[in-house]
Ligand binder design. Structure first.
Ligand SMILES: [Zn+2]
Length: 401
């Protein structure tokens, strides 16, 4: 048995006054005691009184096949299988170093990430992986080079069937074009409502949730109307800016849709050509758009919409793997309380990944995924980016891992 005692604790939902002593045995949490509780006889304890213990973070949106350089999605078809495995392994290690112990991959190259869901894979300490395989997209559509093109309801249903047979955890569909793929239209839909419904219905029949990538207003509306379980980016974007109505937010809140805004940046994003064209139309800089999006999701959260944190890590130099603490900080800067922002990256993200019964909380019986950070992220969200210790399934990340 091993213990972690911290002067402050966040259990995935709320602050635990007085901190906590979290007891780990093997890959599970076997005790969550008050901070002042004595440790069991013979139990080694990591004493971290100036620190905060919280559940390992859950990044609900990453691209492990992308190496975190500009243009990496465009080049995703290039590496051979061994080189791709090396990229995935390095991506996961970067997440873990930042305290992310669960990663949901929402777009790989031809199912390359699925093997990494086995804890034995790679031979080191890695985050748990939830995977969608290649996103379903239109012919020549957003991220078509990942291998998920389909046209018409029959092909779309077959694409879902193939994913179910391969054992994906979630189906991802690109309902609008994307900023990272030249030639696609972020404001427009890539499919008809009937086609997206066919995907959602077929996936649900197979017991799989669906999350929909949607930037433009019509695409967000289409994802909502089709009954998608989650919406990625959820930008409600028009040529004149964000157009999210109170009615739309009430519908999203009522449906319980998991909205992942993919906020967060490391440095200044170099806009790819598609994004530069949209910025020109909006008459805004990338920094102004980021400020707009922080406020947008602050409003969305205040309206009761379920917000989960994800980074879109891997797609650009300013979107590296391990960016999630910045995604959480952006939410807080948009007006979301730090406690709610932390929940978006722990208990709520775990639930959106289908792992709400064993990840994202400090609770007996849950997986021994822990993050210890220096300082108090409830008072200063920047502390989330100062990991002092990380445990994944009871195994501590060391510098050598
Ligand atoms: Zn993405």
């Amino acid at each position: 048995m091993f213990g972690v005692r911290a002067g402050r604790a966040f259990d995935g939902e709320r602050v635990m006054p007085g901190g906590a002593l979290v007891l780990l045995d093997g890959d599970g949490i076997v005790g969550v005691e008050p901070g002042s509780a004595p440790a069991p006889d013979g139990c080694e304890v990591l004493e971290a009184l100036g620190s905060t213990v919280l559940p390992g973070l859950v990044d609900a949106h990453a691209h492990l096949c992308a190496d975190g350089t500009d243009g990496s999605l465009d080049r995703i078809g290039e590496p051979g299988e061994d080189a791709m495995a090396a990229v995935i392994g390095q991506s996961l290690r970067r997440h873990l170093a930042a305290g992310v112990t669960t990663v949901r991959d929402l777009g790989d190259r031809r199912f390359a990430v699925l093997d990494w869901r086995s804890p034995a894979h790679g031979g080191g300490v890695y985050p748990a992986v939830v995977a969608a395989g290649p996103p379903i997209t239109s012919v020549g559509g957003h991220c078509a080079n990942m291998g998920g093109e389909a046209a018409g309801e029959d092909q779309l249903r077959r694409a879902v069937q193939e994913r179910a047979e391969r054992g994906v955890d979630v189906v991802k569909i690109m309902v609008s074009g994307g900023f990272a793929t030249a030639g696609t239209q972020v404001m427009l839909c890539q499919f008809t409502l009937g086609e997206v419904r066919a995907v959602v219905d077929r996936a649900h029949a197979a017991g799989l949730p669906v999350t929909a990538h949607a930037h433009g207003l019509p695409a967000v509306h289409m994802a909502m109307a089709a009954g998608a379980d989650g919406i990625e980016h959820c930008s409600f974007l028009t040529d004149k800016g964000v157009a999210q109505s109170a009615e739309d937010l009430a519908r999203l809140a009522e449906a319980g849709t998991a909205v992942c805004p993919t906020l967060g940046m490391a440095g200044i994003l170099v806009p790819p050509p598609n994004a530069a064209a949209v910025l020109a139309k909006l008459g805004m800089t990338i920094e102004q758009v980021m400020e707009m999006r922080k406020r947008q999701f602050g409003h969305m959260h205040a309206a009761g919409v379920r917000i989960v944190s994800g980074s879109d890590g891997g797609i650009a130099a300013a979107k590296p793997h391990g960016l999630l603490p910045s995604s959480v900080a952006f939410l807080a800067e948009g007006g979301v309380s730090t406690v709610a922002a932390l929940a978006s990256a722990t208990s709520l993200a775990a639930a959106a990944c289908g792992l709400g019964d064993r990840k994202g909380r400090l609770r007996v019986g849950y997986d021994a995924d822990l993050l210890v950070v220096d300082g108090d992220p409830v008072a200063d969200i920047g502390a989330l980016a100062r990991p002092a210790a990380v445990f994944a399934s009871g195994r501590r990340l060391t510098a050598a891992a």
